[in-house]
Design a protein around this ligand. Structure first.
Ligand code: ATP
Ligand code: MG
Length: 386
């Protein structure tokens, strides 16, 4: 199933069940939001979910691009991207969590034809018992259930809406399914259904919310990977031009391919949403993404550079995300940032290597190089021998 058909199937399924399609926001939250980037489908809906605002609709669905700096270290595996899309559905005090689970099951099995599912539910702690209601529904649907504690308690900070969730996993092994989601990584998490039935107040106490909300988010690229029967999100049709050009240009090993593709693609989307490289906030995240990508590229071969990247790849990305920017100007911005990085490297190489001759660099060395010589960690690391 091609990516466009997957999007349509998801949207139609929830529209037919009375959901109002809303447009996702950009990666940049509204002014005043303390979070740097939109991290999930529910993020832009926070005021409606924590009761500050009332939405005119009670059933919503959308497609939202997200960026998680917390996943940067995971990039290189099969399933974590820095920028990814979440397909979401919400009941704002309308239908039950049980209904959401049943629809989730119906869409995955009948709509998308997936089988070999496993579900995890909240197993209880000293504050609250296990989520027996969800467990019962999943058992009625014939699924195996694993009880976990921390992984299945959703919250968005120390206070505010929270509650137990059910995470749906799909088997991706070549053999018959083995183990459980927590013991075998061939179970891939694809969809989370959160029962936002509590609010945690400043006094630390949990109080039920009436009526409760339901919030679900499914990873679009992971869903594609499962439906297209490929081994990683990078092998889906979404990444076709990337696979072709990055491999042809730079012949990377698998891990480098994934990092280069993820970081470049993410940088393009971030730039397309209006961020410019800088030393603070959103701009600094962008700068780090570009520099991590360049460090990987120069390790493959110091003569490689971003000027080799065809504009077509940028166009494909901004087209997919519906961004208006001219791909040529995004390319110029990337090249400018690369020139700045190369200048820093040229300036710092001798100094870093001299220090390194005395032995592996310590944290104090990194701080010294940064504070005294203006050489950030990424520059130092890109100069150090592997
Ligand atoms: P994981 O444990 O795999 O990191 P998560 O528990 O952090 O996932 P949620 O916060 O529940 O994920 O997000 C909902 C869905 O979004 C996940 O089920 C997954 O399909 C998708 N998702 C989350 N993080 C990423 C990512 N970094 N890249 C791609 N998809 C993601
Ligand atoms: Mg995660």
């Amino acid at each position: 199933m091609e990516s466009t058909k997957v999007l349509r199937t998801f949207g139609d399924f929830f529209t037919e069940r009375g959901h109002h399609q809303i447009t996702g926001s950009t990666l940049r939250p509204e002014p005043g939001d303390p979070v740097l980037f939109t991290t999930s489908g529910m993020h832009p809906l926070t005021p409606y979910l924590d009761g500050r605002r009332r939405h005119p609709q009670r059933r919503l669905t959308n497609r939202q691009r997200c960026l998680r700096t917390t996943d940067l270290e995971e990039v290189g595996d099969r399933t974590h991207l820095t920028v990814f899309e979440m397909l979401g559905s919400w009941s704002l005090g309308d239908y039950s969590h049980e209904q959401s689970l049943r629809w989730g099951f119906e869409l995955l099995t009948e709509g998308f034809g997936l089988d070999r599912l496993y579900v995890t539910v909240f197993g209880g702690n000293d504050e609250l018992g296990p989520d027996l209601d969800s467990e019962r529904v999943w058992h009625e649907l014939g699924l195996s259930v694993e009880r976990l504690v921390d992984d299945n308690w959703w919250s968005n900070g120390p206070t505010g809406p929270c509650g137990p969730d059910s995470e749906i996993f799909v088997w991706t092994g070549d053999t018959e399914p083995e183990g459980t989601p927590s013991t075998d990584s061939r179970w891939v998490e694809v969809w989370n259904h959160v029962h936002m039935r509590f609010h945690r107040y400043d006094d630390g106490l949990l109080r039920p919310v009436t009526p409760p909300n339901v919030d679900t988010g499914m990873g679009f690229e992971r869903l594609l990977m499962l439906l297209q029967g490929v081994n990683s999100v990078y092998e889906t049709d979404l990444f076709e031009p990337w696979t072709e050009h990055v491999n042809r240009l730079w012949h990377p090993d698998e891990r480098s391919f994934r990092l280069l593709t993820d970081h470049l693609r993410s940088s393009i989307v971030v730039i397309g949403d209006g961020v410019r490289p800088s030393n603070t906030g959103q701009g600094y995240v962008l700068r780090r993404l570009i520099r991590r990508c360049l460090t990987t590229l120069y390790r493959l071969d110091p003569s490689y550079g971003l000027e080799e990247l065809p504009v077509e790849v940028i166009e494909h990305t901004t087209g997919h995300f519906g961004q208006p920017d001219d791909p040529g100007s995004i390319r110029e911005l990337l090249l400018d940032e690369e020139r700045r990085f190369r200048r820093l490297i040229d300036r710092g190489r001798d100094r870093v290597l001299r220090l390194h001759q005395r032995g592996p660099l310590t944290e104090t060395d990194f701080t010294f190089l940064h504070e005294t010589h203006g050489l950030p960690r990424e520059v130092v690391e890109s100069v150090l021998p592997v």
